[in-house]
Design a protein around this ligand. Structure first.
Ligand SMILES: C[S@@+](CC[C@H](N)C(=O)[O-])C[C@H]1O[C@@H](n2cnc3c(N)ncnc32)[C@H](O)[C@@H]1O
Length: 300
C-alpha cells in the first residue's frame, strides 16, 4: 500500500496550494455532474455529498466514518446534517487542516480500524481511498485480491447488518497496458509514458482491474445496491481543478516558488511536477486505460 511518506509526498506537499485553489475543505475526488457540465464544480461536489448521504440514509444523529477523508469535504457535509463524523487520513498536512477546521480527524491507516478503535458506525464512506491500498510490488506478488478482501472484511466489522458503505475509486479499464510495458522513457504522448507519470504521481499505488474486481472482493460481506461510472464526470472535474490550480493568487504562487529548490534537486519530484503539463489521470480516462466507479454496498 502507499505508505505515510508516499501519501505525504502526494498530498501534504500541496496542502497550502490545494486549500488556496480548491478551498479549505475542498474535495479531491471526482464530482457528480451526471453529465450536466453547465453546473459549477462546487455544485457537482455538493450533489455527490447529497447522493452519498441519501444512499447511506445519513441523518441527524447518525454516526459516520469517512475513511481516507482528505481535507474533510464529506465530514463537513455530515456536520451540516447534524450527524457525527470521524475521519482518517495518512497525510499529516490534511489532518492538521481538518483539525483547524473543527473536524474530528486522525492520522491512521483506515484499513486497520476495528470496532475497538472508535466503536461501530451507522454508515462508512471511502471516497477515493482504495486507489492507494495496493502497491505495485504487492500487485506483482499477487496480493491484490487478498488486500481488497481484507479491507472489505474490516469495513463490514464496523457496520450492523443492513448498514451501508459508499466507495468510489479509479480502476484500470479495457485499454490498460501490462505493467512491463509502462515506462517514463517511452514517447511523451504514449499510454506507456502517461501511465508511468501516474505511478510517479501516486507512489505506492496500483488500481483494481475494473469494477468486477472490486465487486468480487466485496461480495462475501456486502451486496451491491448501486453502481455507476464516473469517468466522464472525472474528466470534467480534473479540467476544473487545473483551472483553479493555475488561477493567480499571490500567496499560492509564493508556495509554488518555494518548491523550486526541490524541483531542481529531486528527480522523483520533477516527475510529479510533470503533471502540471499533462494530467495523467485525465488522459487515462480519455483513452480508457482507466475508468471510475461509484458503489453503494449494504452489509449482508
Ligand atoms: C484522493 S484523496 C481523497 C480525499 C477525500 N476522500 C475527498 O474526496 O476529497 C485520497 C485520500 O486517501 C488517503 N489514504 C490513502 N490510503 C490511506 C490509508 N491506508 N489510510 C487512511 N487514509 C488513506 C490519503 O491520505 C488521502 O486523504
Amino acid at each position: 500500500m502507499a505508505t505515510k511518506p508516499d501519501l505525504d509526498f502526494t498530498y501534504t506537499t500541496i496542502d497550502q496550494i490545494f486549500r488556496l485553489s480548491i478551498g479549505e475543505m475542498g474535495d479531491y475526488s471526482g464530482a457528480f455532474f451526471k453529465g450536466d457540465f453547465s453546473m459549477s464544480l462546487e455544485k457537482a461536489q455538493l450533489r455527490k455529498h447529497q447522493f452519498i448521504a441519501e444512499s447511506l440514509n445519513i441523518h441527524r444523529g447518525s454516526k459516520v466514518l469517512d475513511m481516507a477523508c482528505g481535507w474533510g469535504p464529506f465530514l463537513n457535509y455530515v456536520r451540516k446534517l447534524k450527524a457525527t463524523g470521524t475521519g482518517v487520513t495518512l497525510s499529516t498536512g490534511q489532518a492538521a487542516a481538518c483539525k483547524k477546521n473543527g473536524l474530528d480527524v486522525h492520522v491512521m491507516d483506515c484499513r486497520y480500524i476495528s470496532p475497538e478503535t472508535f466503536g461501530e458506525f451507522d454508515a462508512v464512506t471511502c471516497i477515493g481511498g482504495l486507489e492507494h491500498f495496493c502497491s505495485v510490488e504487492e500487485y506483482k506478488q499477487g496480493k491484490q485480491d487478498e488486500i481488497y478482501t481484507n479491507f472489505f472484511q474490516s469495513v463490514s466489522n464496523l457496520l450492523p447488518v443492513g448498514g451501508r458503505f459508499y466507495m468510489q475509486t479509479m480502476v484500470f479499464s479495457k485499454n490498460m497496458l501490462p505493467l512491463e510495458k509502462i515506462s517514463v522513457d517511452a514517447g511523451k504522448n504514449s499510454d506507456s509514458y502517461v501511465l508511468a507519470l501516474m505511478i510517479k504521481e501516486f507512489p505506492g499505488s496500483w488500481l483494481p482491474y475494473g469494477d468486477g474486481q472490486v465487486i468480487k472482493n466485496a461480495s462475501p460481506f456486502f451486496k451491491l445496491i448501486s453502481k455507476s461510472s464516473g469517468r466522464l464526470d472525472y474528466i470534467e472535474t480534473i479540467k476544473r481543478w487545473r483551472r483553479k490550480f493555475r488561477q493567480f493568487h499571490l500567496k499560492k504562487y509564493y508556495y509554488y516558488a518555494c518548491l523550486i529548490p526541490r524541483f531542481l534537486t529531486d528527480k522523483e519530484f520533477r516527475h510529479q511536477v510533470a503533471v502540471f503539463k499533462v494530467s495523467p489521470n485525465k488522459v487515462c480516462f480519455e483513452r480508457e486505460t482507466m475508468d471510475h466507479f461509484r458503489f453503494v454496498f449494504e452489509k449482508i
